[in-house]
Each structure stands twice: as C-alpha cells, then as structure tokens.
Design a protein around this ligand. Structure first.
Ligand code: PEP
Ligand code: MG
Length: 322
C-alpha cells in the first residue's frame, strides 16, 4: 500500500473519470510544510496561526509573524497557501489576552469577534500577511464568520492596511483571494449572499457539525450526536457548494471530514473543489479518488441528500465502494 501511495506523490489528484480536485494540507507551523511536501500536498488549505500566539507571554510582533508567513509561502514555492487569521477562544486559549471566563466559550467572544474589537491585535497580523504576500500564492481567510457585516468589516481593515503599506512603498500582491470559513450554520444558510462578496469558502466541519447538532465537539457524552454524515450536515454543505459555484467561486473543506474515507465519495458527489486534511491522509485520499466516478456520485447526490439518518448514508457509501 505504501508503495502504491508513494507513486502518486507528485501526481495531480483525479477521479476515475478524469475530474480534478485539489488535495491540500492543514498546518500549524512553518516546520509542518516539509511533511506537506513529502506527502504530496498540492497546497496548504488551512494554516492555523494560533500557534504563533500560544505558549508565549506576549503577542507575537508583526515582524515575527511576517517571518513565519513568508517562510511558509516560500517553502510552498507558488502553490496556494490559505492562512487563517487568529482563531482564539473556544478550545484555543491564549493566557495573556485576558479573555473573560464565559459560561459557553464556544458561543462566546472569540475569533473574528475578538479581532474586530481588538484592532491592536488584528491589524499587525493583517500587515504581516500583506507583506508576506509578495513571496508566494497567499489567500487570506477569516474564521467564525456569522454575518455579512463581520466579513465586510474584516475586509475593510485588510484593504486599509494594504493601502497604507502601498503608500509606504512596500510591495503587496494584487492577487490575494479573501475568503471565509463556513463553520456557523447562519453563514451556510445564506451562502448565496456571501458568495457574491467572498473569493472562496472553506467549510470548517469540526465547528459546523457542533453548531448544527448543538453538540459540544469536546464532550464525550454527546459525541453520538457528532455526525458528519447526518443528512442535515450534507444538505448544508450542498447549499454552500451550489451557492459558490453559481458565482464561479471555489469551495474547500478544512475540517476533519475532508480526509475521511466515508465522506470523500459524498463530497466528490457534492462537487467540493479542495480537500484540506492532515498531511498523512493525502496519499490515501489520492488513491481512493482514482476509484471513484464523479459522474456517478453526482448522480447519486439527490438520493443521499434525501436520506433520513447518518446510518443510511454510511450504508449507501459502503455499497458504492464495493
Ligand atoms: C473547523 O472548525 O472545522 C476547523 C477546521 O477549524 P478548527 O478545528 O481550528 O476550529
Ligand atoms: Mg473552527
């Protein structure tokens, strides 16, 4: 098996019937890039920048961040790199930010909500990203977007910083795509409206599942409700992909579901463009794709979207894979 995988390391990702998708990796630090390239990653679909802020006693400086982003972009050598701005809060604690103790941290003051109110934290990150954009193929993504206004505000700050850097004669790429994580149901539901304003979506199923099913992703007692194949989740994903494609925008997925062998046939059928997963899942996924017919899976879409339970969906996928 390892040998079969290794042969596909430098190959693009195709289904049996010749449809291409992108297999990218999730990373947390510049050191992770080596593993992405060794496993045949075609890009970075999610760079979780929280690690720059964690395990320290103060905010990372703009220059420190610039060095990290530039290192990733240079090592990826022109391949796409999606960097997510700070996603603090929920399961990700940063002690020196002095965030209030909350009853429901996953529903609280976090990520873009925190960044929009703390420009002294947010603006240096945006500036570091913009400066790094000259060194590769950077895409910027905002986490935990729940409303269009949040996206507009974040984008406005980014554009302000871009103008200010350019006025100072600093080189900034003019081709930076600006996208959002779709991990809150409100955003998935009106993906049509969002699709007119964003350059891309990346579906964060780790959170989208917990918020849709109202089941804490860390709580084992309710883990039976944490159902990636629940038709409710699949229908939300379908809404997002259809909305994006109607506006000629691309859709990725960077939650755990993107690298899951049961989910992959479903996601191919729904038309997902980019799958971002842990680096070690890439070659198994590329191998699996070669056995899947996109045409047949697209035809099966209406059938699995109409199913009533997760169990039915799983049985359906297992039958297809035989
Ligand atoms: C997600 O929510 O699916 C995601 C990729 O982000 P994180 O796991 O960092 O919350
Ligand atoms: Mg998330």
């Amino acid at each position: 098996k390892q040998q079969e995988w290794a042969k596909l390391k430098d190959e693009p990702s195709f289904t049996k019937d010749g449809e291409q998708v992108e297999l990218a990796a999730n990373i947390g630090t510049p050191d992770d890039v080596e593993g992405v390239l060794n496993n045949g990653g075609e890009g970075v679909g999610l760079y979780r920048t929280e690690f720059l802020y964690m395990g320290k006693s103060e905010l990372p400086s703009e220059d420190e961040q610039f060095d990290a982003y530039k290192a990733v972009l240079e090592k990826m050598d022109g391949k796409p790199v999606v960097v997510r701005t700070l996603d603090v809060g929920g399961d990700k604690e940063i002690s020196y930010l002095d965030l209030p103790k909350e009853l429901n941290p996953f529903l609280g003051y976090r990520a873009i909500r925190f960044c929009l109110e703390n420009e002294h934290v947010f603006r240096p990150q945006l500036r570091a990203l913009l400066r790094a954009s000259a060194y590769g193929n950077l895409k910027i993504m905002f986490p935990m977007i729940a409303t269009i206004e949040e996206f507009r505000q974040a984008k406005a700050l980014l554009i302000e910083e871009k103008e200010s850097l350019k006025n100072d004669g600093i080189e900034v790429s003019d081709d930076i795509e600006i996208g959002i994580m779709v991990e809150i149901p409100s955003t998935a539901v009106i993906a049509k409206q969002f699709a007119k304003e964003v350059d891309f979506f990346s579906i964060g199923t780790n959170d989208l599942i917990q918020y849709t099913m109202a089941a804490d992703r860390m709580n084992e007692q309710v883990s039976y409700l944490y159902q990636p194949y629940n038709p409710a989740i699949l229908n939300l994903i379908n809404t997002v992909i259809e909305a994006a494609h109607a506006e000629d925008k691309w859709v990725g997925m960077c939650g755990e579901m993107a690298g899951d062998s049961i989910a992959i046939p479903l996601l191919v059928g729904l038309g997902l463009d980019e799958f971002s997963m842990s680096a070690t899942s890439i070659l198994p996924a590329r191998t699996q794709l070669l056995n899947l017919s996109k045409k047949e899976l697209v035809k099966a879409k209406d059938q699995f979207l109409a199913m009533s339970t997760s169990e039915e969906v799983v049985a359906f996928v297992k039958e297809i894979m035989e």
